[in-house]
Design a protein around this ligand. Structure first.
Ligand code: NAP
Length: 292
């Protein structure tokens, strides 16, 4: 009996390791010229266990790459004004290069108001309206780390975007919308799908590139996938489960990201890379090396 065809895996762990190694070298050079490490400040509101774990992981990776990790914590009862004040202080602190608000924040906090308190030059996760507009207009600025990480992965695996039909499932401001905009900049033809979309399976079946950004385990089924399509699973659900039914999709796709080990490590690598770029940009001559 012939073997079933299986997709090639897009190894985000390996690519992230390479990006972090190069970023670490730039962080060392920055330390030598600026007299301090590049600094990423994380703001954590409350004690949601998943958020605490994400922040811990991001801090450990930052330190390993020679990037100072500062943590500002606020209680789960914090008001919007208190979180905005904390972010304002970081925006004005000359020794902070990047600011990350770990989200979601508790429901009484106006997340958008807090995002907008991040100075655009320090908005290393591309959450402000300024960063989103810059990305949409192909102007300098930092795009969402997850979206940028996906573009890096596609590029590393030689996926030509031009003229391809990309279906993005999800339209959140931090993930679905920005990845669609970046794919559009790469000359792909984009269809956004969301919770009101009709005949989702039929639309996905027309996709050369599928981006799953839904937040529902095993939501995208293998028989929706066009043979040979590129499948990127940005979903991360409890139990390390993605948004794509991986065991099914691997039989049909041409390229696919695993969960874990696909998009997740790329997000963290890009966060740290953006922070070092922000530091270089704010401190002069080395800005010529800025990327992304
Ligand atoms: P989100 O804000 O909850 O957005 C989910 C999107 O999915 C929404 O646009 C929603 O549509 C759409 N959706 C929900 N049910 C649907 C359905 N039945 N059919 C079609 N679309 C549907 O989530 P998010 O923050 O974008 O995150 C999405 C996933 O990515 C989560 O698993 C999250 O953990 C993961 N994530 C991973 C990383 C990483 O680094 N790997 C980073 C960020 C997020 P509506 O707009 O109509 O409600």
């Amino acid at each position: 009996m012939p073997d079933s065809p299986t997709a090639e895996l897009m190894d985000g762990t390996a690519l992230a390791r390479r990006i972090l190694a190069e970023t670490g070298e730039r962080a060392v050079a920055f330390l030598a010229s600026a007299g301090r490490e590049p600094c990423l400040a994380a703001v954590l509101v409350g004690d949601d266990p998943a958020s605490v774990t994400y922040v811990k992981m991001k801090r450990a990776r930052s330190r390993a790459a020679g990037v100072e990790s500062r943590l500002v914590t606020l209680p789960s009862t914090a008001r919007t004004s208190e979180v905005v004040a904390a972010v304002d202080e970081l925006s004005g602190d000359a020794t902070v290069d990047g600011i990350l608000l770990q989200h979601p924040v508790p429901s009484q906090v106006d997340e958008r108001a807090v995002f907008e308190a991040i100075a655009p030059a320090k908005d290393v996760d591309g959450v402000t309206a300024h960063s989103f507009a810059a990305m949409a207009l192909d102007l300098p600025g930092f795009p969402s780390c997850t979206a940028a990480g996906i573009i890096h992965l596609l590029d590393a695996y030689g996926v030509d975007l031009s003229g391809r039909h990309a279906v993005v499932i999800g339209r959140s401001p931090i993930l679905g919308k920005p990845i669609g905009m970046l794919l559009l900049s790469g000359d792909a033809t984009i269809t956004y799908c969301h919770s009101h979309t009709r005949d989702l399976a039929a639309i996905v079946a027309t996709a050369d590139i599928v981006i799953a950004a839904v937040g529902r385990p095993n939501f995208v089924r293998g028989d929706w996938i066009k043979p040979g399509a590129v499948v990127v699973d940005a979903g991360y659900n409890p139990g390390n489960v993605g948004d794509v039914a991986f065991d099914e999709a691997i039989a049909t796709a041409g390229l696919i990201t695993p969960v874990p080990g696909g998009v997740g490590p790329m997000t963290i690598a890009l966060l740290i890379e953006h922070t070092v770029t922000a530091a270089e940009q704010r401190h002069g001559p080395r800005s010529s090396r800025a990327s992304t």
